[in-house]
Write a protein that binds this ligand. Structure first.
Ligand code: ADP
Ligand code: MN
Length: 177
């Protein structure tokens, strides 16, 4: 039997560069008592890498290992999860999936500033145009818990965080006795 959660688990996802981590940093200051899991860091800290992808210059996460470590933590609720992959977390443990979207010219500048090489920038721009992360989210979770938010400007980010905070308050009201 699943233990009851006293606070929701929120995924903030999106193509790399869409603003997940900046949004989560702001969000965790607003949602007191939440744990913030940046999965790239979490996987590194918990030794959850299975290989190194030489072509992409990035580590491949061992998803089974990751879930072994993360599931007990998610069962406690009150979590913010930051990862571009969203389809590996058990559906029963996730209450909201925020998909951040970004205009391609903005995304290009952000990834270029990050020093990504052209093929990696192109791969991410294509993924953003095709809405790959959004599609993964609606394929993996009930569509009504998936929310797409545009994140092109600082103002967008502030209003996105305000919306998530308002949603959290509503969740708490709906789940109180
Ligand atoms: P991700 O974690 O999704 O890869 P980041 O949060 O690291 O993305 O953001 C990538 C870059 O874009 C950072 O330099 C960040 O300051 C900038 N950025 C992110 N979201 C916004 C936004 N809504 N408006 C302006 N700049 C943003
Ligand atoms: Mn990030």
């Amino acid at each position: 039997m699943e233990l009851r959660r006293f606070g929701p688990n929120i995924i903030v996802t999106g193509t790399p560069g869409c603003g997940k981590s900046s949004t989560c940093e702001l969000l965790k200051d607003e949602l007191k008592g939440y744990k913030y899991y940046n999965i790239s860091d979490f996987a590194k800290d918990n030794d959850c890498f299975e290989a190194y992808d030489e072509a992409r210059k990035s580590h491949i996460v061992d998803e089974d290992k990751l879930l072994d470590k993360l599931e007990p933590l998610l069962r406690q609720g009150n979590s913010i999860i930051d990862w571009h992959v969203n389809d590996v977390f058990p559906e029963r443990l996730i209450d909201l999936v925020v998909v951040l979207r970004c205009d391609n010219s903005n995304l290009y500048s952000r990834l270029h500033a990050r020093g990504y090489h052209d093929s990696k920038i192109e791969e991410n721009l294509d993924a953003e145009i095709m809405g790959v992360v959004k599609q993964d989210a609606v394929d993996s979770y009930e569509p009504h818990i998936v929310v797409e938010l545009q994140g092109d400007t600082k103002e967008d980010m502030v209003s996105n965080v305000a919306r998530i905070v308002a949603w959290e308050k509503m969740w708490l009201e709906q789940h109180s006795d």
